[in-house]
Design a protein around this ligand. Sequence first.
Ligand code: ADP
Ligand code: MG
Length: 238
Amino acid sequence: MATLSLTGVRKSFGATEVIHGVDIDVAEGEFIVIVGPSGCGKSTLLRMVAGLETVSSGEIAINGARVNEREPMDRNIAMVFQNYALYPHMSVFDNMAYGLKIARRPKAEIAERVTEAARLLQLEPFLKRKPRELSGGQRQRVAMGRAIVRQPDVFLFDEPLSNLDAKLRVQMRLEIKALQRKLGVTSLYVTHDQVEAMTLADRMIVMNEGHAEQIGAPLDVYERPATVFAAQFIGSPS
Ligand code: ADP
Ligand code: MG
């Protein structure tokens, strides 16, 4: 279990600042959803947390310890992307085991963790298959499994469902929610889909043009939007 905090986080690419000082505190086991339109800076924010992008100023801390200078591998964070590239030549088991093999975990432990994740994600019957022999939803579950087996302190999701068709998206949304209830991993989940945000979030953050415009429980944001943008984007009737 871990806390994640962003304090005054800014990001510039060249002379252009795209994240203008964001403060977020994610409690242990909390599932926070960042929702906002394309280009508002969601991915950049997540990539900074993951260590894939440097922070221009401000601080990112996990369990109270600054991680700005830590390599991605040393942050104990797992990230699930929209383009969850699985290794096509490897079985489902090997895809899920890959990160643990790199980390030189003992074989028995790898088998145990992969089996446990496969059970959670209902992937047990498919462990010997190759990714091309799976449906889109099953592949997305393998990508989640790959993240889960690493037993990360923090889970980051960047629009993980946006490549799936509408029906599958609804199903996977429910599965992610159920999984979160079981695992209770501190999570930051990014989407441009308001409904996804409303259903998944313990708290949601409405992001616009590099600012966090509002942070609150989904219903509070819906009923009491703090800005005109939040009202329009979340679609409050008022
Ligand atoms: P979102 O994920 O919300 O769609 P992004 O974080 O991808 O938004 O992008 C936020 C802004 O930062 C956009 O204006 C985008 O063009 C810019 N941006 C993102 N990555 C880079 C980069 N590597 N170099 C320059 N500009 C970038
Ligand atoms: Mg993005």
